[in-house]
Design a protein around this ligand. Structure first.
Ligand code: GTP
Ligand code: MG
Length: 454
């Protein structure tokens, strides 16, 4: 499969100023020069864009004015010869240019095939390849930063470090078994320390997965409260558009609505719910059940109270229920005269959990947003490593389970042969993390999730 030269459009489909076509493989340059006429003659200097025309040899017709850049192997993304043709971003022109390349002997690339080649040719490992995908699809700057660092190989080095540490441990134990008289004995303390240190680092990485998920999926917040307190009005204010129906009648929202929104660079998934009250209406009842379940599962709750009316038993019950860490108390309708007893309703919350707003007049919405950012999102340290993929987490859990078992065996006084076997069983999982194994099928499976052109 690596013998043929592949081609694809590398920029997204659509009308744009520029669109790039990429060829990779031994015949990348000859194929490109059959469909491209450099203005300066026939020579193309590596790494220097050459201006010219895309043209059809069949009809002799010029199709577009474009730049061609040649990246000879091995200093290219795939470590093969690469040619990039930068045309105008017209889908018709780009597709025709690809067709011309195919007519000259190139093959249309499969999804992710450029990156697959980069991995197979040793330019990057699987974690780095996944990071390329993550960087492109990042939904926040934090996620882009983490992906960039992983693309540069930081997480891969950490995984490689675990592997080297364990292989070193195994070889020391084996040497002590094989040459018992040569003073090579390794103490149980040293074995336990290595296992403990490695386990601690692996557990720490596994623990970051949840943070990774909240970065890519967004922090889920439920807007909860009794009917008519202004939940849907707040939902619309946070989204800055009229998404949910608002009426003066209690019980307007029956089913929940979810929307994603960026607040100060962080992604939130906000859910507007049915007002929680003791309703006997079957539809309302069902909606309320859902609201309660969503609030339990969410990362946080914005509990809304209407300041313009005296607090009800339902309001107080909700405050009691949600007066805990993951809730902000939002006192709404502060444009109207207050009828609620603020001291009484604030009882279950600390002052930094409370904010007064008018969802209708958009008062203090910015303050609420700042509080949401500070209260519900974890600041990411610059150097922090975060596991972003379930695949990575599952493999880390696999190695962790083997190391834990090995540790228990050491403590229970099992023979060295038995517990080193247990450690050895965990090593393939570390290999699979970076792709430090020759399993092309595993690679293909992973890269099939990518888009064409990457
Ligand atoms: N004066 C004032 N009125 C508001 C404010 N927020 C909402 N309202 C009004 O309160 C009424 C109910 O608003 P909604 O947003 O539908 O309330 P809700 O909590 O979603 O109601 P349900 O879906 O029925 O549970 C509407 O008439 C809104 O215009 C506010 O800050 N000030
Ligand atoms: Mg509503």
């Amino acid at each position: 499969m690596l013998e043929d030269t592949i081609v694809a459009v590398s920029t997204p489909f659509g009308f744009s100023g520029l669109g790039i076509i990429r060829l990779s493989g031994d015949r990348a340059l000859p194929i490109a020069l059959n469909i491209f006429l450099p203005k300066s003659g026939i020579s193309v200097e590596p790494h220097h864009p050459a201006l010219g025309y895309v043209y059809s040899a069949e009809s002799g017709e010029k199709l577009d004015e474009a730049f061609l850049t040649y990246f000879p192997k091995p200093r290219s993304y795939t470590r093969e010869d690469i040619v990039e043709i930068s045309c105008h971003g017209s889908p018709v022109v780009l597709e025709e240019t690809v067709r011309l390349c195919i007519a000259e002997g190139a093959r249309h690339a499969d999804p992710g095939e450029f990156t697959l080649r980069a991995v197979i040719n040793g330019r990057m490992d699987i974690i780095q390849a996944e990071a390329v995908h993550d960087l492109i699809t990042a939904t926040s700057l934090d996620q882009a930063r983490i992906s960039f660092n992983q693309m540069q190989g930081r997480l891969s080095r950490q995984i490689e470090n675990f592997r080297t540490r364990l292989i070193h441990l195994l070889s020391r134990i084996e040497a002590s078994l094989e040459f018992p008289d040569d003073d090579l004995e390794i103490s149980v303390d040293t074995i336990m320390r290595t296992l403990d240190d490695t386990l601690e680092s692996i557990n720490h990485l596994i623990g970051t997965y949840e943070l990774g998920q909240s970065l890519s999926e967004g922090t889920t917040l439920v807007i909860a409260g009794t009917p008519n307190v202004g939940k849907s009005t707040l939902f619309n204010s946070l989204l800055e558009r009229d998404r949910a129906i608002v009426t003066p009648h209690p019980g307007t929202t029956r089913d929940y609505i979810t929307e994603k929104v960026f607040i100060d660079g962080a992604l939130f998934s906000i859910i507007d719910t049915a007002g929680m009250t003791d309703s006997s209406h079957p539809v309302e009842k069902e909606g309320i059940k859902k609201s309660i379940r969503l609030a339990e599962e969410a990362d946080g709750v914005l509990l809304l109270i209407d300041l313009s009316r005296a607090e009800t038993a339902d309001d107080l019950a909700l405050m009691k229920k949600y007066g805990q860490e993951k809730t902000l108390l939002v006192l709404n309708k502060n444009d109207l005269p207050f009828r609620a007893d603020i001291i009484r309703i604030s009882e279950y919350f600390s002052t930094d959990q409370i904010v007064q707003i008018s969802a209708l007049e958009k008062r203090n919405i910015e303050i609420l947003k700042k509080k949401m950012r500070a209260y519900f999102t974890v600041p990411i340290k610059k150097e922090q490593e975060v596991v972003l993929h379930l695949r990575q987490k599952l493999l880390l859990q696999c190695i962790r389970d083997h190391l834990k078992k090995a540790k228990e065996m050491v403590l229970a006084g099992y023979s060295e042969e038995l517990y080193i076997e247990e450690i050895r069983l965990g090593l393939p999982a570390l290999g699979q993390l970076t792709g430090n194994i020759q399993a092309e099928d595993v690679f293909r499976d992973i890269f099939a999730r990518f888009c064409v052109g990457k």
